[in-house]
Design a protein around this ligand. Structure first.
Ligand code: GLC
Length: 639
């Protein structure tokens, strides 16, 4: 196999002893793994394997000099992406700034906040009205003219690098728009391209799949197949009708998408968000999610990226139950060799669970699984994103906390949709499935924390309370380990935006309620003391700056949950050789007690400690000290 690879390298005039030497070494060390993984999915297809090797060589060849240099710098830092210095934000270019060029002029605002990793929501061409927020891509290499040009994107990336900032974009791996040229050719009857998708002449296979396949958007897009009259076939469409699932049993489809991945890598993308990877392999008789082949494909992608474009980290957007989620970091020989990042969607949802119930037990019951994340890979921690909040954590964990899973989830849905009487939240149910009773939750951070209702009531106490909840949610997730990813607008207290209801291309999808159009006169108030915007912005900014000062917050797998002796508070310790960090959070509307004895149970305690959040020094001696934590209050303590 090495001989074969060497022959391909030679054919392509790779300068193995000179400028391509680093690449050559990576190729030789990674080739067996690449071959093994490829062979698992596409057995005995040596011609295709050679094509894969050629693609990897081409990606290396096309890597611009500045990116080769950047790869070297990142390699020196070893696992650069685990650092406490990185804080991200996801944003829609048009809704945040207009277009890519004007986004440059907003970088100062983001830097002031402390953000240095930008996740641009999909900017590649996507048909208006059938775009799923850009996740229905009709051309993976053409920036949609609404946002600008490919050149604008290249220039923007360079600008980010000059300012020490990182770029994250999506590769929508699972599907294309039905207006992508492959889909257009398939519609026109081209067999080669019909094989890029799952297409069937009658209902036999669709019916077989449907028996076990769940529905992702049961309300707006029920079923998993769509009739295509142009070619008299059914196409698999797991998400919306206009998103056609790619068929990765076909190596040609895989190689084309890998080429697109390399295209993004060579634009200078630092973190590639692989959209919806759980769905990329289908098999009748299964739920067509999280199948073993999904992991093989992701490992293969990781291996190819490691060889050709090693500076790009991979984020797998797998929003799945905890024990499946962990597998996206790789298992066994591939531990920490699959996705470098995954969203900590379980923790995110559990934070909302704690906020609604004032009880931390379900969250704590989930930790034995979440804590198994391997060293060397990391979480994206977040409170909100452009998607809904799913309540897909395990029933067992809910039971462990003493609740009935069905009743518990019903309470959460009622609480966040504002149906529950005592709730301050304004959200809505997303994708309610009448067959199963399942639903997810839409709503902005501020609205779900009660700010929308409080502002409407013009009640200063309720406004204060909502702000406390917002900062508690952010604080708890910022210090957990992993890269915090803010969602644009949350730093300035944006409440739900209902204007999507007037746009037929969006009104069927209430996730648009939490995807605001930024009003820069509102954001300007983030600089004006006494305003709600300033309170939230400056609090968020402070949390980010505390995080950046504390080296031990880097993701070194150094977190232990503490037993606080009550259900209201969650607390963790993060340790390094000579330093300690204690985060203590009261998720309830009642004052909580806290005894320093709890800290002493986890190692020696110093005589005083700094509360980074308030700036005050607290005595830990004489011991034990009894503290109180106000409703929705928190301590960020460091030695
Ligand atoms: C991901 C995206 C979501 C989109 C879906 C289909 O989950 O985050 O917004 O609807 O994939 O592409």
């Amino acid at each position: 196999m090495h001989q074969k690879v060497n022959a391909v390298l030679k054919k392509h005039k790779t300068d193995i002893a000179g400028k391509d030497n680093d690449f050559y070494i990576r190729m030789l060390t990674g080739a067996s793994s690449m071959h093994y993984l490829f062979n698992e999915i596409y057995p005995d297809d040596e011609n295709m394997f050679i094509k894969l090797v050629e693609l990897v060589i081409k990606a290396h060849r096309e890597r611009p000099d500045d990116l080769l240099k950047r790869d070297g710098q990142k390699a020196e830092k070893a696992d650069w992406f685990l650092s406490n210095q990185i804080t991200g934000m996801s944003l829609y270019v048009d809704r945040f700034a207009g277009n890519i060029r004007s986004l440059s002029s907003r970088l100062g605002y983001l830097e002031k906040l402390g953000v240095n990793l930008l996740h641009l929501m999909p900017v590649f061409e996507s048909p208006q009205g059938e775009s799923d927020g850009g996740y229905a891509v009709s051309d993976f290499r053409k920036v949609d003219k609404r946002f600008g040009t490919l050149n604008d994107l290249k220039n923007f990336r360079k600008l980010l690098s000059e300012r020490g900032m990182y770029l994250m974009v999506d590769i929508v791996l699972n599907h294309t728009s039905h207006k992508h040229q492959w889909a257009l050719k398939a519609k026109a009857g081209d067999k080669k391209y019909q094989d890029y998708f799952y297409m069937f002449g009658d209902r036999t296979m669709p019916d077989a799949y449907e028996k076990t396949m769940p529905e992702v958007f049961p309300e707006s897009s029920p079923g998993n197949f769509t009739w295509v009259p142009e070619c008299d076939k059914w196409a698999m469409t797991v998400f919306h009708k206009y998103q056609w699932d790619l068929n990765y049993t076909n190596p040609l489809a895989f190689l084309e998408m890998l080429d697109n991945i390399f295209f993004y890598a060579n634009l200078g993308v630092d973190v590639l968000r692989i959209d919806a990877p759980a769905f990329i392999w289908k098999q009748p008789g299964t739920i067509c999610m999280n199948l073993p082949q999904v992991h093989t494909l992701l490992r293969l992608i990781k291996q190819c990226v490691l060889i050709a474009t090693p500076g790009m980290a991979l984020l797998g957007e797998a929003i799945v139950e905890p024990h499946e989620l962990l597998k996206y970091f790789g298992t066994c020989l591939y531990t920490a060799k699959e996705c470098d990042f995954a969203y900590n969607a379980t923790q995110m949802a559990l934070q909302w669970d704690m906020l609604a119930t004032g009880d931390t037990r379900v969250m704590l019951a989930s930790q034995h699984e979440l804590m198994q994340k391997p060293l060397g890979a990391s979480w994206i921690t977040y409170t909100r994103c452009h998607d809904d909040i799913g309540l897909g954590y395990n029933d067992d964990m809910i039971r462990h906390a003493g609740y009935d899973p069905v009743q518990h989830r019903k309470f959460l849905k009622d609480y966040f949709s504002g149906k529950y009487k005592g709730s301050q939240a304004t959200g809505a149910l997303f994708s309610f499935n009448p067959k199963t009773g399942d639903a997810r939750i839409s709503g902005s951070l501020a609205s779900l924390c009660g700010l929308e209702k409080a502002l409407k009531a013009n009640d200063p106490d309720l406004i204060k309370l909502a702000i406390k909840k917002i900062l508690l949610m952010q604080a708890h997730s910022f210090f957990l380990g992993g890269v915090p990813m803010l969602f644009y607008g949350d730093e300035a207290g944006y409440t739900n935006d209902y204007s999507y209801l007037n746009d037929p291309g969006k009104s069927y999808d209430n996730r648009w309620m939490h995807r605001p159009v930024i009003d820069w006169s509102k954001n300007k108030r983030t600089g004006k003391k006494g305003t709600v915007e300033h309170e939230i912005f400056s609090g968020t900014q402070k949390l980010i700056s505390i995080r950046k000062k504390l080296d031990l917050i880097s993701d070194r797998k150094n977190l232990t949950w503490l037993n606080t002796n009550n259900h209201q508070t969650a607390a963790y310790i993060r340790t390094a050789e000579n330093s300690r960090f204690y985060g203590i959070f009261n998720f309830s509307g009642r004052t909580a007690g806290f005894s320093t004895e709890i800290l002493a149970a986890y190692g020696e305690i110093p005589s005083t400690i700094q509360n980074h959040w308030t700036g005050e020094k607290l005595n830990l001696q004489p011991y034990p000290e009894k503290w109180t934590i106000e409703p929705y209050g928190f301590y960020l303590l460091g030695t």
